[in-house]
Ligand binder design. Structure first.
Ligand SMILES: *Cc1c(COP(=O)(O)O)cnc(C)c1O
Length: 414
């Protein structure tokens, strides 16, 4: 069920989005967003909002951020023409190479930006949560780079499933705290990180890893990840002389996708398509396709689409890719879906793995399994829109996925 918005107000809302009026002063994107949090969190969030207003668009802050992005992260990342995929799909395919960013994915853009902000706010330590471990690694790396101690909360089950990332975080100097309460995965880790932050919101900064959570986090992640879409827009115009027909990105919490889409929002001829994890089927519990199959509600401080049962209980999710395995999604995506500016669709585990394999053989790139969902969505679209120019956000590299790939694609091949 999607929220149905009358056509006239959809147009008005889209115009406001194009005019960059969202989030509004209450942290809302149309109906979605906001900050549904306990009283104890309000001062910490207010302090963060004030810090963002003071620093995020400050000339010196931007210069320092751009220097870190250029000399440490490795930006701008290339926009790579994909000749073999183009031939196979009957399209003109370009890949935005976030896999080439330091630590192997887009998450570092958000992490380095927030740690820089934390320093301006006078924080003495950083806390972060992590599910699969990728945001934990990016946070640990950014903290070492900028000289702040880092504590990463990680569900005890995830610590076991993602042991190599626990090792990476430790090598990078972070303290990893396994969370044994709750569901022992990402949701419990977020709750624990919030508890730590609230205990001392002045000296501690909470570094949230995606475009989710209470306002101002979804806004902060969008601003820091929009570097992806800004670079892409300039590169595609320079390399092809025009805008693409369609842009694809995978959607977990929604940070690489909002970063890619946002600078194209006003280009209303450019189709924007977000691809979610369809898992092993459409039954609740078998997928993580929050926008395609979810319903509106509040999760972790924010009104958005989510996966819940008829009583509002959050449901277990499934995806072959750990980074997409989350029952919520950023509120701006729920908004963009409700006004019809972005289309969201789901791709199953098996189809994503096939697309991953195709990209390896065609272009010599092992993409993350998350990213492979976007490849599959793009290949389907290309087949019904022959000759179109397509950009895909290659959100990260697949080296981290070798254990899963060994149990799936490589089974029987070794
Ligand atoms: C974490 C991750 C994602 C999903 O997170 P978003 O916030 O939706 O971008 C996608 N791709 C890769 C490679 C990731 O590591």
């Amino acid at each position: 069920m999607q929220i149905s918005t009358p056509n006239s107000s959809r147009e008005v809302l889209l115009e406001r989005e194009i005019a960059r009026e969202f989030p509004d002063t209450k942290g809302r994107y149309g109906l979605f967003g906001g900050a549904y949090v306990p009283e104890t969190l309000v001062p910490a969030l207010d302090r963060l909002s004030a810090g963002i207003a003071r620093w995020l668009h400050d000339v010196d802050f931007i210069a320092e951020l751009n220097d870190q992005l250029a000399t440490w992260v490795g930006r701008p990342t290339p926009l790579t023409y994909a000749p073999s995929l183009s031939r196979l799909w009957g399209a003109e395919v370009y890949l935005k190479r976030e896999d080439l960013a330091h630590t192997g994915a887009h998450k570092i853009n958000n992490a380095i930006g927030q740690v820089l902000l934390a320093k301006r706010l006078g924080a003495k330590r950083i806390v972060a949560e992590t599910g699969a471990g990728q945001h934990g690694v990016a946070s640990a790396a950014a903290c070492s780079r900028l000289g702040l101690p880092c504590t990463v909360y990680m569900g005890a089950i995830d610590c076991e499933r993602q042991a190599p990332n626990v090792g990476r975080m430790k090598l990078l100097g972070a303290t990893v705290v396994p969370v044994t309460g709750g569901d022992q995965t990402l949701r419990a880790a977020i709750d624990e990180a919030l508890r730590d932050w609230v205990a001392d919101p002045t000296d501690t900064y909470y570094l949230l890893g995606s475009a989710v959570g209470p306002h101002p986090y979804p806004y902060l992640a969008r601003e820091l990840q929009s570097v992806i879409g800004r670079e892409t827009r300039a590169q595609v115009i320079k390399q092809t002389g025009g805008l693409p027909d369609a842009v694809f990105a995978c959607v977990g919490g929604g940070s690489n996708s909002i970063g890619m889409f946002y600078p194209f929002i006003a280009d209303t001829d450019v189709k924007l398509i977000g691809v979610e994890a369809g898992g092993r089927g459409n039954a609740l519990g078998d997928h993580s396709a929050t926008l395609s199959l979810g319903t509106p509600g509040v999760l972790q401080g924010c009104y958005s689409m989510l996966l819940q049962d008829a009583n509002g209980q959050i449901q277990e999710t499934h995806s072959v890719s750990a980074g997409l395995d989350y029952p919520g999604v950023g509120p701006e995506h729920a908004f963009l879906q409700s006004v019809g500016r972005v289309t969201y669709e789901a791709v199953t585990d098996d189809d994503a793995l096939k697309a991953l394999s195709e990209c390896c053989k065609a272009e010599g790139i092992i993409a993350a399994i998350e990213t492979a969902h976007a490849f599959c969505g793009a290949s389907r679209w290309a087949k019904t829109n022959p000759g179109s120019r397509i950009v895909i956000c290659l959100s990260g590299r697949g080296d981290k996925d070798m254990p899963t790939l060994q149990k799936t694609l490589l089974k029987g091949m070794l």
